[in-house]
Design a protein around this ligand. Structure first.
Ligand code: PLP
Length: 405
């Protein structure tokens, strides 16, 4: 297809007057429907320890909810906290507590300013938003096939005591779908950091969110850190946002005994207790790891055709176009579309004019700046299969037009 043909097809696509929102990786209504039985799953109000879940108490979660996440995260229940409906909120509070109170017995981070975080890119925009809101500087680290560029990471953290942490989405990363290799996990756990109060913010958001038939597992970072003599380095975050209900799920944090004690001390100031009623019904509904995996298989069967539809449109319309590529994720919620340098922003603009709302170009980078203006995050989960197929066609045509301009 030459430029004139791409333009003509783009124009007729625009004239369809579609309105398609693909800006966020939200579960589709039929995915949320899978967890409707959750609403009737409450087996009374009493927890296993006899306490009344309707009342105050349990700032670190119901014992059976902690046990469920312990099984899911392969860690002892005593090292797991279940609280609230959003892992992002737990990440925010972890950094807010570190800023205000410090970690590992060190000065509060706010008194050590300026401080920085390493940010593998492309990455999750809301991680970067937390850093920006708290005044934490961000340093880009390029992502490779098995995780971030570890030679660069090791050099930076060894040199600069102002680098206090690093964001990691270790499995099916948002948006690149990268899976951290065992070697990456081992090096992150063992590397020498100039800062004694360095933290890995281990956002395991897509631990069970496979798209392929293989259930990829990665190394246990908390165990790897303990084995390397850095037991307090990693804090793991997870939630059931994309397992049960994105607005009414459970969130968890897991780490060393010392970090759990640190968290408990500070969180007990902010709450008298977590939502144990929701925790109890989640335990009744999900039961155990096998229950979660069975449910995730049903999600997979809904999501996989949508991802395949996008990939098929891209292959048909963009296959062989110079400097254009895209990821083939084995799990997670995103496809990362790579345009020729300088074309991502314009493509998103053209797509918007044709009725498709995408995540702003650059959003996957700190400060919203993709230095080469190449990445577009595609979120296929929410639209219907028909809409997603159309949207992928519109995006591909937009990119072809942008390239030809
Ligand atoms: N972490 C990552 C990497 C995500 O992609 C998302 C949602 O898209 C979240 C966290 C949000 O998690 P939660 O709903 O538990 O706050």
């Amino acid at each position: 297809m030459n430029h004139a043909e791409s333009l003509a097809q783009y124009q007729s696509f625009k004239e369809l007057g579609l309105k398609l929102d693909m800006s966020r990786g939200k579960p589709a209504p039929e995915q949320l429907d899978l967890s409707l039985p959750l609403l009737d799953a409450l087996p009374g109000f009493k927890a296993a320890d006899g306490s009344d879940t309707r009342n105050y108490g349990g700032a670190v979660g119901l014992p059976e909810a902690r046990a469920l996440f312990a099984e899911l995260l392969d860690l002892p229940a005593a090292q797991v906290v279940v609280d609230g409906n959003s892992s992002l909120a737990l990440m925010h509070d972890t950094l807010a507590f570190a800023m205000l109170h410090g970690v590992s017995g060190q000065e509060p981070w706010v008194r050590q300013a300026p401080i920085s975080f390493l940010c593998p890119v492309p990455g999750y925009d809301r991680h970067f938003a937390i850093c920006e809101a708290l005044g934490i500087r961000m340093i880009n680290v390029p992502m490779g096939d098995g995780g971030p560029d570890m030679d660069l990471v090791e050099r930076l953290v060894a040199e600069d005591a102002g680098i206090k942490g690093m964001w990691c989405v270790p499995k099916y990363s948002n948006p690149g779908g990268v899976v951290y290799s065992d070697e990456t996990v081992r090096r992150l756990a063992a590397m020498k950091t100039a800062a004694p109060d360095f933290r890995l913010m281990w956002d395991d958001a897509y631990r069970f969110h496979h798209l392929g038939e293989e259930r990829i597992a990665i190394a246990n970072v908390v165990e790897a850190c303990a084995a390397a003599g850095n037991p307090d380095r990693a804090i793991v975050f997870a939630s059931t946002s994309k397992v049960t209900l994105a607005g009414a799920g459970l969130a968890a944090l897991a780490s060393s005994p010392a970090n759990v004690a640190w968290w408990t001390r500070h969180v007990s100031v902010r709450t008298i207790g977590s939502d144990k009623v929701n925790q109890l019904r989640h335990v009744a509904f999900l039961k155990d790891r096998a229950g979660v995996e069975a449910l995730m298989e049903r999600h997979r069967l809904i999501l996989k055709p949508k991802f395949d539809a996008v990939l098929a449109q891209f292959e048909a319309l963009l296959g062989g176009v110079a400097d254009v590529s895209w990821t083939h994720p084995q799990g997670g919620y995103f496809i990362d579309l790579l345009t020729p340098p300088g074309k991502a922003r314009r493509t998103v603009e053209l797509a918007r004019e044709a009725g498709i709302t995408l995540t702003p170009a650059g959003a996957a980078f700190p400060y919203g700046k993709d230095p080469s203006d190449r990445h577009i995050r595609i979120a296929p989960s929410f639209p219907t299969l028909g809409d997603i197929t159309e949207a992928a066609r519109g995006i591909a045509l937009s990119l072809r037009v942008a390239i030809g301009e």
